[in-house]
Design a protein around this ligand. Structure first.
Ligand code: WTA
Length: 700
């Protein structure tokens, strides 16, 4: 089998061995190999040491893992049931905040937040973070939120969202973050399936030129969630931060907003009547009246820390559960080694808290390590495509972590936009979320990193909790487009999809799996353990199935080739074609729908839908527009099809299966290479679809 990118330039050791960029913890590849081998050969000893070094335990754990990791050949249990650091008790928030204050880092900036407008910044020290988090925790306690209860958080990229995440962890509540771009039905589904009593939210968010009112979305969701008893609203519109670019250190949000709150209650009057027990609070008052210290709950290592919904191959999103001890050890260790963090570094991971990258690498990883972590509320293109570079220069960022889709979008504007800024503080550049093409890699390396930074192409997923494969900066020789080698403790396996056997030679393609338990593996799916086992552990016995295909080259480097299921990746957002199909079908005007992802220059993939209108709806004006809007209303605007074709029928096999392969070809205008269509039930359908696609023009 041929390498997917055989003509790659290999960046040689001059980069990796530059003393300025040496790794503080690992000398060279030999030290990586030594440590990696230990982590695989004697996982018990390795993880015991890491867990003791990285975290503060209130009570020490008795056992590292329920699987004996001193056996090199140990595998993942068939029911996916693993437990880590059993018997140990700890608190996530204590580890992320308190102990840094106790150790004299109280005055160090923990969160550096830049709002939508350039230069509007809030810096929150560890000391202040402790106070704010305690206030939120006390406020949650005053609503009788108890250990194990799920609290839903639907908030923008602001420090208050972090207070909520940490506040939940402090009292043992399970945070359920819902990305603030999701629609009311998506929010409602997540509130319902977790039976949340408490919703923490904001009135609006600003993103680029857009001002998004969240209240109408929240109201619609609450109408179908009578179990919600409290809704706490942060008045994001009343920005108490001056717009003149001044930095306000240690802002404590204690001002009164009672008039805003009464406006809100009035506007909610309809709901309040319907659900007399629903109580609204103004976030600032709600936390402001509380004491600034709250003791930490002692949690078991395997107590859930958060649940996070993600797309799978069926229409129903999956609420992945992550637990405390293992997740935190892995978040801290990966962050420390893969981003080469030093004490005074400014670290910026430019993602939203609503995704797993936001959880592990904006909040938990950096805060556990006492790192100053940035939060970015805007977009890379607002007010112009220099926003990221201005950000790096302004805050002297050392480590910058973003998605390939952003890099591709910025590349379009050329090098001159980047070279206006002083980016000399940068040392490590990370990417995540989708494969990075060698050309985007090279641009990131050369134009942004000036050939002096390591590129950490990190491969992982919501279910893995932390990075699985990536080069160690300053240590691993890099290859553009490859996520390189496994992190400590990760034993990757490529499996032959036909036989289910592990492929052991190099230079092969297969299904990407992991064959040993690692600490931050998801522990379940909210309310559906059977589906959890069936999705990840049944396809390839005694392995964890990632959902991706991969190629292993002759040097043992991994190249991710993309998803093998119906999950697509649009601008780094993970979406399920089945979920979009379910939304289109629920509009009630179509008999049949099919959604596919097709390659797109900037977004990676774009969404293309084929819909068969019911009789009587074929000529309805605006049907295409309405179907797209329906997806926006039921899921989110990022899930809206870029192209939607109304067709008389879908290509199906005789057994009734939609032949997506053909739709992909047609959508890409590759009419001449449709391949074998002999299994089609009605061959003439193809010509009809082609003529619709031709008529409506190419894919944007
Ligand atoms: C894809 C994001 C190639 C992959 C952390 C995975 C990647 C899915 C990479 C998970 C990468 C993530 N190279 N593909 N470096 N990183 N992916 O759950 O298909 O939002 O299965 O987690 O993104 O997306 P998720």
């Amino acid at each position: 089998m041929e390498a997917p990118c055989s003509n790659l330039l290999h960046i040689q050791d001059s980069v990796t061995h530059d003393p300025v960029h040496a790794h503080p913890l690992l000398q060279d590849m030999d030290s990586y190999r030594k440590m990696y081998n230990e982590s695989i050969k004697d996982g018990n000893a390795f993880w015991k040491r890491m867990a003791e070094e990285l975290l503060t335990w209130f009570r020490p754990f008795e056992r590292v893992c329920n699987v004996d990791l001193s056996d090199e050949d140990c595998a993942i249990p068939e029911d996916g049931c693993v437990s880590w650091f059993e018997g140990g008790r700890l608190n996530a928030c204590y580890n992320a905040v308190d102990r840094h204050v106790i150790n004299g880092r109280g005055k160090k900036v923990a969160l550096l937040h830049e709002a939508n407008e350039v230069g509007v910044c809030r810096k929150v020290t560890f000391e202040t973070l402790l106070k704010c988090v305690s206030q939120v925790a006390n406020a949650l306690l005053s609503m009788s939120v108890r250990k194990g209860e799920v609290v839903t958080i639907y908030m923008p990229m602001i420090p208050e969202t972090v207070y909520c995440m940490l506040g939940c962890a402090r009292i043992g509540a399970v945070a359920n973050l819902v990305f603030s771009g999701f629609s009311s039905s998506a929010l409602a589904t997540r509130l319902q399936s977790t039976r949340s009593r408490v919703l923490l939210t904001a009135d609006r968010l600003n993103r680029g030129n857009r001002l998004v009112e969240l209240m109408p979305v929240v109201k619609d969701a609450l109408l179908v969630c009578p179990h919600v008893e409290y809704c706490v609203v942060y008045q994001n519109s009343d920005q108490s931060v001056p717009r003149d670019g001044l930095e306000i250190a240690d802002q404590l949000t204690c001002q009164s907003h009672s008039s805003a709150l009464s406006d809100l209650s009035n506007s909610m009057a309809g709901i309040v009547q319907n659900f007399h027990h629903l109580i609204f609070y103004d976030f600032t008052e709600w936390m402001g009246k509380e004491r600034m210290y709250c003791p930490c709950e002692w949690m078991d290592s395997e107590d859930p820390l958060f649940v996070l919904y993600t797309s799978g191959s069926t229409g129903k999103p999956k609420g992945m559960i992550h637990t405390t001890g293992g997740y935190l050890v892995y978040a801290s260790l990966t962050h420390k080694y893969l981003f080469k963090v030093r004490e005074d570094d400014v670290y910026a991971c430019m993602t939203d808290l609503g995704w797993i990258t936001g959880h592990t690498y904006v909040v938990w990883g950096p805060l556990l390590n006492g790192t100053t972590t940035c939060m970015f509320e805007s977009t890379p293109l607002y007010p112009n495509p220099c926003r990221y570079w201005d950000f790096v220069q302004r805050y002297k960022v050392n480590i910058f972590y973003t998605a390939p889709t952003a890099i591709r979008a910025l590349m379009k504007y050329g090098e001159s936009e980047v070279s206006k800024y002083d980016l000399s503080t940068l040392r490590v550049l990370g990417t995540v979320g989708e494969p990075i093409s060698p050309s985007a890699w090279e641009w990131y390396y050369r134009v942004v990193g000036k050939g002096k930074c390591s590129i950490v192409d990190s491969y992982w997923m919501t279910e893995s909790g932390g990075i699985l494969l990536a080069p160690i900066p300053g240590v691993t020789p890099m290859k553009p487009g490859s996520c390189c080698l496994p992190f400590f403790g990760i034993k990757p396996a490529l499996i032959d999809p036909n036989t289910g056997d592990e492929l052991t030679s190099k230079g092969i393609k297969g299904v990407m799996c992991v064959s040993k338990p690692w600490p931050s593996m998801a522990r379940g799916m909210h309310g559906d353990y059977k589906r959890f086992v069936c999705t990840y552990f049944e396809p390839y016995r005694r392995h964890f199935f990632t959902g991706d295909g991969a190629y292993l080259d002759k040097d043992g480097y991994f190249w991710i080739t993309g998803r093998l299921d119906d999950v697509i990746n649009v601008s780094g957002h993970r979406l399920s074609t089945a979920e979009i199909e379910a939304s289109l079908a629920s509009h009630g005007t179509c008999t049949d729908v099919a959604v596919i992802g097709i390659p797109h220059d900037i977004k990676g993939q774009s969404i293309c839908a084929f819909c068969v209108p019911k009789r009587g709806y074929e000529f309805q004006e605006n049907l295409t527009f309405e179907l797209c809007q329906h997806v926006r209303r039921t899921i989110a605007s990022m899930a809206m099809p870029d192209k939607l074709y109304l067709v008389p029928a879908l290509p199906k096999t005789r057994s009734g299966k939609v032949m997506r392969r053909l739709l992909r070809k047609i959508a890409a205008f590759e009419f001449d290479s449709l391949g074998d269509i002999s299994t089609l039930a009605e061959a003439e359908v193809i010509d009809q679809i082609i003529s619709v696609v031709r008529r409506q023009g190419g894919h944007k």
